[in-house]
Design a protein around this ligand. Structure first.
Ligand code: PGA
Length: 253
């Protein structure tokens, strides 16, 4: 059984005080939840404060990005060693905004994925096609390529913790959500590629989240689909009530 994972990607929003205030309001709203794992990914500067505030609460705290090296002369970067040292448990890898604005490539995604696994961080690997790729009928090629390069050289014996997130770029922050049919088809393609790159057993157990304009009112129709194992939420995760409603609706399967 794949347990639902509902993850918040706060992007470049919220100071440490705003991040911990969110948790104070949010936690009572979802405290009864047992059906989904909940993950908050704040900005780097809020990570330590939020990890402290979340101690003894059943909420995971992760980073939005990291470098693949343990240390070195890489100004402005954060290493997996630094993340685990402060107690982060998850890391987003290859978010489309990283690919679009910060030159992240499938090759760096692969390096980061290997580093995350080596340091026992749960990686959430983001894949997804751009609008022009969908319109040119290239969605399957893009998803297969991004998934297969991400998984290149990964030993199946250590691959179980990997999570994927299907995030069609045209649906991110646009208010345009993939229809359940589009999402289901993409998730099938990604799962089939995982089976080829790793093993069919892993493909059946690895979680694939959907991301892109997830809101309280569409969370149920997306998360009730067989191949969708949760959500990666941007804009609608910034407000405690809205994110709690997403958790509530997504788990009302
Ligand atoms: P959105 O962002 O929910 O604001 O579309 C999703 C994401 O970027 O992960």
């Amino acid at each position: 059984m794949r347990k639902l994972l509902i993850a918040a990607n706060w992007k470049m929003y919220k100071t440490p005080i705003e991040s911990t205030a969110f948790l104070t309001s949010f936690y009572p709203l979802i405290k009864q939840n047992t059906q989904a794992e909940i993950l908050l990914c704040p900005a780097m500067t809020s990570l330590a404060a939020l990890i402290d505030a979340a101690r003894s609460r059943s909420v995971f705290i992760g980073a939005q990005n990291m470098h693949w090296k343990n240390e070195g002369a890489f100004t402005g970067e954060t290493s997996p060693v630094m993340l685990t040292a402060i107690g982060a448990t998850h890391v987003l890898i290859g978010h489309s905004e990283r690919r679009q604005y910060f030159n992240e490539t499938d090759t760096t995604v692969n390096l980061k994925l290997k580093a995350a696994l080596a340091h026992s961080l749960i990686p959430i690997v983001c894949v997804g096609e751009k609008l022009e790729e969908r319109e040119a009928d290239l969605t399957a090629n893009v998803l297969e390529l991004q998934t297969s390069i991400a998984l290149e050289g990964i030993d199946p014996a250590i691959a179980a913790p990997i999570v994927f997130a299907y995030e069609p770029v045209w649906a991110i922050g646009t208010g345009r959500t993939a229809t359940p049919e589009i999402a289901a088809e993409a998730h099938k393609l990604i799962r089939a590629q995982i089976a080829k790159s790793l093993t069919p057993t892993l493909a059946a157990s690895i979680r694939i989240l959907y991301g892109g304009s997830v809101k309280p009112d569409n969370a149920k129709s997306l998360c009730c689909l067989e191949d969708i194992d949760g959500a990666l939420v941007g804009g609608a995760s910034l407000d405690p009530q809205s994110f709690a409603d997403i958790v509530q609706n997504a788990t009302a399967r």
